[in-house]
Design a protein around this ligand. Sequence first.
Ligand SMILES: CC(C)(COP(=O)(O)OP(=O)(O)OC[C@H]1O[C@@H](n2cnc3c(N)ncnc32)[C@H](O)[C@@H]1OP(=O)(O)O)[C@@H](O)C(=O)NCCC(=O)NCCS
Length: 339
Amino acid sequence: MAISVIPLNPDDHATLDAAYQTAVAAQAVDEPDLPPLCLRRFEASLRHPMPGIDTRCSVAWLDGVPAGWIRLYLHTLDNTETAGVELVVHPAYRRRGVGRALHEHALRSLREYGGKRMVGSTVTPLPGEEGREMPGAAFAAAVGAQPALVDVRRRLDVTALDRPRLATLLAEASAAAVGYRTVRWGDNTPQEYVADVAYLEGRMVVDAPLGDLQWEQEQVDAARIRGQERALDARGVRRYSTGAVHEASGRLVGWSMLSLAANTTSHAWQQTTIVDPDHRGHRLGLLTKIENLDHVRAHEPELRTIDTYNAAENAYMIAINERLGFRPVAGSTEWQLAI
Ligand SMILES: CC(C)(COP(=O)(O)OP(=O)(O)OC[C@H]1O[C@@H](n2cnc3c(N)ncnc32)[C@H](O)[C@@H]1OP(=O)(O)O)[C@@H](O)C(=O)NCCC(=O)NCCS
């Protein structure tokens, strides 16, 4: 069995399509409850990476057949010593050393680049699922990575919302949020709030629990937010945001965003929700989330499910999500490997 690992040229459509199909087949086995990966998102992330990220994707050929791929996310603005990694092997070609060959190739590239560590996530068991086979976690442990942060994916069934309860929660949140008003927007942040969104986004790493992950605060400014918006446009990702404005200062001090991939009208991801520490305790997190649910439903009438990841120790955010009706569906672990 011969394995060779070759950088992926995004103009090589046949190989790119094979890599995409590999990811679709893997997801159908590893995370079957998620909608299929979006081709547009997959392609655009190679051609149009997020600002501050340089991506390198390589494909493993097993006896001349594309069997898996690895992608390194090299950070150029901050966290320059830490690379994100995504590694997928087609279920038909697993346990033949393809994953290990890709990993070793990425290690060599990262060493040449001057990186010090890799970070990647895998599905891991929820309590009660301990008997389930978890190839990603077994692989990560086999290459010497350490579990650094435990996350849980929770899901909201939008077809079974408890509307009276949401109305009560919204009334409570509105009563606690005296002196604040909400604003909504779609794909692009209004110019008057873009600097505040950048400030809030940059705080995420400081505010959300990171476990043992070595991750420094990201340098986010308005230009980077605009760059992210252009990169999401290239992927065809639709965005819905609700923010909380502090009326006395006119500043945006809280913000929650949902997004849908180009290939779905039924599934959304909950992205950032954050409230500036100086404005906590006014239920702005709950308020922006509930109002954003209304916002997305007004534009996406076929929406059925929303998924969100939280660090298992993020008690405050989890409490909000559980109150809205989100329930755990999968475990996930972020692994870190010093190289
Ligand atoms: C994880 C994954 C990439 C492994 O690919 P692979 O080609 O099967 O990996 P390898 O054959 O090189 O396995 C290397 C070692 O990992 C461990 N391993 C891999 N899969 C395993 C499994 N299902 N059960 C137990 N151990 C496993 C073993 O120690 C294995 O060595 P061995 O076969 O000599 O015992 C593949 O299962 C996959 O695509 N999973 C979904 C995506 C994912 O979780 N990616 C990793 C996160 S970035």
